[in-house]
Design a binder for this molecule. Sequence first.
Ligand code: CMP
Length: 130
Amino acid sequence: MIEILKQIPFFAKLPTEDLEAIGQKVQMQYFGPEQVIFEQGDYGEEMYIIKRGKVQVVRDFAVIAELGDNAFFGEMALVSEEPRNAGIKAISEVEALVLKKDDFRELLENKPSIASSVNYEVVKRSNTLL
Ligand code: CMP
């Protein structure tokens, strides 16, 4: 798992001991084309980092973005405690790393570099939802 984490820019800058700890917490999940990963309005329990593949972000029946390798999604509901503001559908085979809410929050509290890249995306994405 460490070798996988090292290839993902989201984690790559962290020292090996942190990657070892994170490696204990992340899980790999696999989705097929057209598979719904979660729906808009769902309660959020985890966030996802795409190792390989492509997803669509669907809000109010419209595709508002596509995300590919190394992008993350599902972070907003964990930060805001609000329901998923969009649904996510795989449009190819997708391999994703999945991190549970408490582990993600711990990462944000303890790793400023990760917190700032997440915050940057959250602000940017929030602006597109206005
Ligand atoms: P969350 O609200 O947990 O679930 C839906 C996810 O879609 C959201 O987190 C973001 O990860 C993602 N998302 C929402 N809006 C955008 C956007 N404009 N661009 C890219 N991703 C988005």
